[in-house]
Design a protein around this ligand. Structure first.
Ligand SMILES: [Zn+2]
Length: 85
C-alpha cells in the first residue's frame, strides 16, 4: 500500500501493559481486524527510541490480524475465515 501517511508530531509515552487486550475473532460477524504494521530497527543502546522515519525498515502495510491476508478492496467485502489458509 502506498500513500501519504501523517503523524501528529507529538511525542507520546506508551505503557504497553495498559493497552487493550488483543481483539478476538468473532465467528458470527466474521469481520476482518485490519491492522497497520510498521517495522522499526531497534537499537538496545538507546533507552527511549523515537519511532520515526530514520529507523523505519518496512511499512506501513495493512493486513488482517486474524487471516493474515493483506488488505485489498475485494477482501474488504469478503468474510474473514478467522485464521490463515
Ligand atoms: Zn481476516
Amino acid at each position: 500500500m502506498t500513500g501519504h501517511w501523517e503523524s501528529t508530531g507529538i511525542r507520546q509515552r506508551i505503557d504497553a501493559d495498559k493497552l487493550p487486550d488483543t481483539p478476538e475473532y468473532n465467528p458470527i460477524s466474521q469481520e476482518h481486524c485490519w491492522i497497520i504494521i510498521v517495522t522499526y530497527r531497534y537499537n538496545p543502546d538507546v533507552a527511549e527510541p523515537i519511532l520515526d522515519r530514520d529507523i523505519m525498515l518496512f511499512g506501513p502495510r495493512v493486513g488482517c490480524l486474524f487471516c493474515e491476508k493483506p488488505y485489498s478492496h475485494l477482501l474488504r467485502h469478503r468474510r474473514c475465515p478467522g485464521e490463515p489458509k
